[in-house]
Ligand binder design. Structure first.
Ligand code: NAD
Length: 393
């Protein structure tokens, strides 16, 4: 009898699992809220208006088109591990024999009062578009009433998301200022970082280059400064200071989709479900967990970061292990390979490491662009590269 395989979520891990299962001719159903997969790692480009939002997504059926693949556009509302069913927003209950949970993450607000209500986030195509529109509306509002607060943007969090967004907004400013007849120097773009430095993932020497470039382009970077509360149009800081701003964006971290803790999986403090070396839930061997949903220890024993790179690698192994489990073969141990970390600092330059080699400037930017090609190739082969590469590069 055919075993029923369900994949929940079409992010990096879910799509990689699905595309590999297709290649292995295994029947499965992919359940996703939207009929498309979007490139989460490029959302800052959407916010910065580099290209139109539709260029940053691909219809699921452009990647998955075998008769053994079933796609259901619906939202998962809960998982019942005892009955082995998944409940959907439409009211349907989907049974499974094997479940792959790749449902991504949500913003982590750390219980900071007013933060969720009074800030924008960068986690979906819609939210990226909203940031862009909001910024433009603030420019427009300034031309009406001359209130300088409209021209102030505060980005909370100086991790990779916050800094890539900052770089993109800095490159957008000249374009918008020209359009609205505003002097560029009037724009006040500030990043607030609680730790002692931004971009902890990259080497010190490169970090100072990034700081130099961003400040030279006009950004103000505050470190050792914690956001403690946000009220309408106002960011409150740990030292009793406050900054009034027309645009407040929170990029202070992520936590796993609450579906996992709701389903009772053993989880870390960010709600990620603990997996074994085969990426199976430690609580239930019929369940595989990948991407931002998985709490997976790397070789040195520290949990892997929730990155697209790890998610894609996990997806590949999950697919192989689902097939192995169905056919009674030995499963593959997941071994994460870090190819490096790259942060774009605007449209043309980037900074980070590739296979341990530090890169920065235009070369860093080029490596970042080539990582887009690599992903398209791995996901959909030459057909997808041909279709999308000229839109996102
Ligand atoms: P993060 O957790 O990596 O960074 C959030 C930052 O916000 C931290 O530096 C933290 O100190 C700061 N912060 C938290 N609370 C704060 C407060 N109250 N006030 C001020 N600052 C505060 O989150 P992220 O940048 O969204 O990244 C999430 C994951 O995605 C990471 O694993 C990251 O590596 C990955 N990512 C990778 C890329 C890339 O490879 N280019 C891009 C984006 C995200």
């Amino acid at each position: 009898m055919t075993q029923k395989v369900l994949i929940l979520g079409a992010g990096y891990a879910g799509m990689m699992t699905a595309s590999r299962l297709e290649r292995l001719s295994t029947e499965f159903t992919l359940i996703n809220k939207n009929p498309y997969h979007y490139f989460t790692t490029l959302l800052h480009e959407v916010a910065g208006g580099r290209s139109t939002p539709s260029n940053y997504s691909v219809p699921l059926t452009d990647v998955l088109d075998k008769p053994t693949t079933h796609i259901s556009i619906d939202e998962v509302t809960s998982i019942n591990r005892r009955e082995r069913t998944v409940q959907l927003r439409s009211g349907q209950n989907e049974p499974y024999d094997f479940l792959v949970i790749t449902v991504g993450s949500v913003p982590e607000y750390f219980g900071i009062p007013g933060l969720a209500e009074n800030s924008l986030v960068l986690n979906t195509l819609d939210s990226a578009t909203r940031i862009h529109q909001h910024f433009e509306e603030q420019m427009e509002a300034y031309t009406q009433d001359g209130d300088m607060r409209h021209l102030r943007i505060v980005v909370g969090g100086g991790g990779l998301t916050g800094i890539e967004l900052l770089g993109e907004l800095l490159d957008l400013i000249p374009e918008l200022c020209a359009r609205y007849g505003i002097t560029e120097q009037k724009i006040d773009l500030q990043t607030i970082e609680a730790a002692s430095e931004i971009l902890p993932q990259i080497p010190n020497r490169l970090r100072s280059k990034a700081v130099g470039l961003l400040t030279q382009k006009g950004a103000t970077l505050h470190v050792n400064t914690r956001i403690t509360e946000v009220t309408a149009g106002c960011v409150h800081l740990g030292d009793n200071q406050m900054i009034e701003a027309g645009t407040i964006i929170w990029t202070g971290g992520v936590r796993a989709n609450p579906l996992l803790t709701d389903a009772g999986f053993t989880a870390d403090r960010r709600g990620r479900a603990k997996v074994n070396q085969f990426l199976q839930s430690v609580d239930d061997h019929h369940v595989f967990v990948g991407g931002d949903s998985a709490w997976c220890d790397g070789e040195n024993g520290t949990p892997l970061p929730p990155t697209a790179q790890m998610a894609s690698q996990m997806g590949h192994v999950i697919a192989d292990n689902v097939v192995a489990l169905i056919s009674g073969n030995a499963m593959t141990t997941f071994r994460a390979r870090s190819l490096g970390t790259l942060a774009s600092l605007g449209r043309e330059v980037g900074v980070g490491t590739v296979l341990g080699v530090p890169v920065h400037g235009v070369i860093g930017g080029l490596f970042k662009e080539s990582s887009k090609l690599k992903y398209l190739w791995e996901l959909g082969g030459i057909r997808l590269v041909e279709k999308k590469a000229n839109q996102v590069i």
